[in-house]
Design a protein. Structure first.
Length: 132
């Protein structure tokens, strides 16, 4: 699937965001290495702590369906650009060590990163294996 289609899907997911408090909508599309595609939006509730970001919504949908490796994730939001929070960066790192991360403002305007660009010197599953 090409980047433009993934970006379009993220913008469609953004429309479904449940953000009655912040009014800040985010959408995400994740392309897994097995070819499956999942979308997500941010979902907030009044006590904020259990709020779920769009990126984690999409990734957790993929994981719950048995897909484990992220190829590409696209993130769009009301800010230009909208980057993933620290928690989402760590989740992307867990399931996408070599994932492409696309931050899009439109179908034509986007930036592409690696997780190392966004989360340098990260901690991952292999760090736990080395200490066993």
């Amino acid at each position: 699937m090409d980047k433009r289609e993934l970006i379009k899907m993220a913008f469609e997911a953004q429309k479904k965001a449940y953000v009655p408090y912040s009014k800040f909508r985010v959408g995400a599309t994740v392309l897994m290495k097995d070819g499956s595609v999942y979308t997500g939006c941010n979902i907030e509730i009044s006590s904020y702590s259990p709020t779920l970001c769009a990126e984690r919504t999409a990734i957790f949908k993929a994981i719950s369906e048995g897909s484990r490796e992220i190829d590409t994730i696209v993130i769009v939001g009301d800010a230009d650009p909208t980057y993933p929070c620290g928690v989402c960066r760590q989740v992307i790192r867990e399931f996408g060590r070599d994932a492409k991360v696309i931050i899009a403002s439109s179908v034509e305007k986007y930036r592409e990163y690696t997780i190392d660009d966004l989360l340098p010197h990260s901690f991952g599953p292999e760090d736990l294996e080395e200490n066993r």
